[in-house]
Design a protein around this ligand. Structure first.
Ligand SMILES: [Mg+2]
Length: 95
């Protein structure tokens, strides 16, 4: 959930740089998040770097949700969560 202030910042950023630039930044931040998780699990960085890079990625995902429309993201999130809940070992814990 984004705050009113965050919405204003996202709007200003998209107006300044546009989807072509912000989409590339999103791709870069997702790669950095992936790399930080890998480095953390290989004991090559601390948890602060993971927090930082996952936060960057989350911010860019929030911007993409705002740009492309949240409905599609929510529809896919529900599908994916339903599928996750159907994994037998998880489903057993939900009863
Ligand atoms: Mg980053």
């Amino acid at each position: 959930m984004t705050t009113k202030f965050e919405e204003m910042v996202f709007k200003a950023a998209m107006e300044l740089w546009g989807i072509d630039k912000q989409g590339l930044v999103c791709a870069e931040e997702l790669s950095e998040a992936s790399a930080s998780m890998s480095r953390y699990l290989n004991n090559k960085c601390d948890i602060e770097q993971v927090y930082e890079e996952l936060s960057d990625a989350q911010i860019m995902i929030d911007q993409m949700k705002r740009y492309f429309g949240n409905e599609g993201f929510e529809r896919w999130r529900k599908r994916k969560m339903d599928r996750l809940a159907q994994v037998p070992e998880i489903s057993a814990k939900l009863r």
